[in-house]
Write a protein that binds this ligand. Structure first.
Ligand code: PMP
Ligand code: GLU
Length: 397
């Protein structure tokens, strides 16, 4: 009776959410934990967005919305893509979902068949590989490291392509490494992709506005690539709206029609009130986005300098997102006399249980020599968290 589908048995739980839950459980027991595990802005949603939502409730936005989202929201997204990215889409090329997470999963479900390969540059966000497995596809990781600033080169991409390759998932700015692809780098990758017509590009741009180099590039801007690209984005990170659950996919109509059919059968349109709030986010004043970005940049500078001062940790200086992904393998094999650190998971658990700082092991990101810290938390928390990490790691001999 208690038999799960093979599909579910193959699925790993989300390591980011699991670590955050562990941290919350310790906190509930009275332990003072610094949570640097889950990646979500610690800011509150800006006031004008909350006001729009309150009005939406009073205006009785309490019914089912169209499956792809209200026209007003899709029009606001069309406006955003034109204004910020110089890209022309129509509302029928947009579909809104329950967070960017569902948008990515919808698209993978719609494009990937049993045995299809999906290229995912590692380190990758934990959910991509699992979503591909859910679709009975095969995730193919292309391993990059600190020495490449975690960016896949055209040669690495070419090597990973086979006749079974159906799609590639690009995340820029990247979770977990913070690396950002420039338009020139995307153009060079596109040269390879143009020789392989079947390959679709899924571009996860959810950290578009958490960018420290001043410009964001999308594969859809590369001439000849827009037709094969699906842009994923949303309001969670730019507008501090993780709990509102609104993301979107922008693509050619045949893709959007397919995800519409899928979403219509399994979740319908996303939350009505959140959609109106998201439309206000895209259409409203954008100063709030820049203010949060500047604070993330100050935190980035702080955490990079504190991490570089810890012996045995090696890190890049991220160009975007709000994560630091240091290499920690110099600690493997060491012990404090009681705990032995054999891998990054041991290290993350040691930091949590002994140092009371929650981070995430690199294992689930396809990078077992690294671990991830989210710096979407106050500068005080970053200082205290890094002090604890330094002291805890210093016990390992
Ligand atoms: N893509 C990446 C790379 C992410 O880090 C996240 C974080 N949750 C998501 C997508 C999903 O975003 P959302 O909260 O809008 O579902
Ligand atoms: N994307 C965030 C993270 O990586 C939120 C958690 C999740 O959905 O994985 O921490």
């Amino acid at each position: 009776m208690n038999e799960l589908s093979a599909r579910l048995n193959r699925l790993a739980p989300s390591a980011t959410l699991a670590m955050s839950q562990r941290s919350n459980e310790l906190k509930a027991k009275g332990v003072d934990v610094i949570n640097m595990s889950v990646g979500e802005p610690d800011f509150n949603t800006p006031a004008h967005i909350k006001e729009a939502a309150k009005k939406a409730i009073d205006d009785n936005y309490s019914h089912y919305s169209p499956v792809p989202g209200y026209p007003v929201l899709r029009q606001a997204i069309v406006g955003k893509l034109k204004r910020e990215n110089g890209l022309d889409y129509t509302p029928s090329q947009i579909l809104c979902s329950n967070g960017a997470k569902q948008s990515v999963c919808n698209v993978i479900m719609a494009l990937v068949d049993q045995g299809d390969e999906v290229i995912i540059p590692a380190p990758y966000w934990v959910s991509y590989t699992q979503m591909v497995k859910l679709a009975d596809g095969v995730p193919v990781s292309v391993v990059t490291g600190l020495e490449d600033n975690f960016k896949m080169t055209p040669a690495m991409l070419e090597k990973a392509i086979t006749p079974q390759t159906r799609a590639i998932v690009l995340c820029s700015p990247s979770n977990p490494t913070g690396s950002v692809y420039t338009l020139e780098e995307l153009t060079a990758l596109a040269e390879v992709l143009k020789r392989h017509e079947r390959i679709m590009v899924i571009c996860d741009e959810i950290y578009e506005h958490v960018n420290y180099i001043g410009h964001h590039a999308s594969m859809a801007q590369v001439p000849g690539m827009k037709e094969r690209t699906v842009i994923i984005n949303g309001v969670s990170k730019a507008y501090a709206m993780t709990g509102w659950r609104i993301g979107f996919a922008a693509a050619e109509e045949w893709v959007i029609k397919a995800v519409n059919k899928l979403q219509g059968q399994y979740t319908s349109g996303p939350c009505s009130v959140s959609q109106i709030a998201a439309a206000a986010a895209f259409d409203g004043p954008q100063e709030c986005v820049e203010e949060m970005r500047q604070e993330f940049e100050r935190r980035r500078d702080l955490i990079v300098s504190l991490t570089r001062a810890i012996p045995g940790l090696e890190t890049n200086c991220p160009d975007g997102a709000f994560y630091l992904f240091p290499k920690c393998s110099s600690y493997f094999g060491k012990s404090d006399g009681e705990h032995v650190i054999n891998n990054a998971t041991d290290l993350a658990l040691y930091l949590l249980n002994v140092g009371h700082v929650a981070t995430v092991s690199g294992d689930a990101f396809g990078a077992p020599e690294y671990f991830r810290m989210s710096y979407a938390t106050s500068q005080d928390n970053i200082r205290e968290g890094l002090k604890r990490i330094a002291e805890t790691l210093a016990r390992l001999k």
